[in-house]
Design a protein. Structure first.
Ligand code: FE
Length: 266
């Protein structure tokens, strides 16, 4: 009766449209709620190396992962994880870093039961060695390990499709990219990784890099496809840009790389 009364005065097509609109709104609302309700995200920072560390968790199951922890902040990160009641499953690296020492080894001793993770092609020690397409699950969420070599051989981008986000390590930085002039760097390979594996993600995906030096915190696929000053160029132009950067020798590399080969425990 109530339904019939509210539809009175509307033509049949208008009624159908109104019902469809309500359905779409309900669907959108439930999608948003499913997406965000039990997902925890925290971006942490190391001002010395300008490294971002990411804590991701499932607030229902309390399972969590930490991406790119820095040795000097392992205690900070472990305290935060404990305060929030999370259980750390994986302490992960996007690659074998040359500018800081990983905190994954120390976190394992601070939080027993957690496992260190790195790409197989990095040549570094860890509890788990990833290959392209591997999936890491924490609670109801999954990170898809996607090989994006170029900055180093073992570089991975971790994609969380259920949140429309990805952690790009040094493969893609905000309006920039990682260096390709040390370790196993290759400009051609990095260009290929970004164009085939990151720029092919949906435009609205938010990207979180391993570093930023200008105070930026995140970007999107659409932004980088439009504004990245290096990766919007042709491959030839990109290689020329990377070949002529004339950057100084990385000051931490001789200490960081040997330490990171053994999970930061040296
Ligand atoms: Fe790096």
């Amino acid at each position: 009766m109530l339904q019939r009364a509210s539809f009175r005065g509307l033509r049949l097509t208008e009624v159908v449209c109104s019902v469809a609109k309500v359905n779409v709104q309900i669907r959108l609302l439930s999608t948003t709620m499913d997406k965000g309700s039990n997902f925890f995200f925290r971006q942490l920072f190391d001002p010395v190396s300008s490294t971002y560390t990411y804590l991701l968790g499932d607030t229902c199951t309390k399972d969590a992962v930490l991406i790119d922890p820095v040795l000097e902040h392992a205690e900070r990160d472990a305290t935060l994880i404990k305060q929030l009641g999370f259980k750390l499953i994986y302490a992960m690296n996007t690659h074998m870093h040359a500018d800081h020492i990983t905190g994954t080894g120390k976190l394992k001793s601070l939080i027993p039961g957690s496992k260190s993770v790195i790409g197989r092609d990095s040549g570094a020690k860890a509890d788990m060695h990833l290959q392209d397409g591997d999936k890491l699950t924490f609670g109801n969420h999954t990170l898809l390990a996607t090989a994006t070599p170029g900055h180093t051989n073992g570089c991975f981008t971790y994609i969380c499709h259920d949140q429309a986000i990805a952690f790009t390590g040094d493969t893609l930085l905000i309006r920039g990219c990682g260096r390709t002039d040390f370790q196993e760097g290759s400009s051609e390979t990095l260009y290929d990784s970004v164009h085939k594996r990151i720029f092919t993600l949906p435009d609205h995906y938010t990207l979180y890099p391993a570093h930023d030096y200008k105070g930026m915190t995140a970007t999107t696929v659409a932004e980088e496809k439009k504004y990245n000053p290096r990766l919007t160029k042709s491959l030839k132009e990109f290689v020329h840009i990377m070949d002529t950067l004339n950057l100084p020798y990385p000051k931490m590399i001789d200490k960081a790389v040997p330490a990171n080969k053994v999970c930061g425990l040296y």
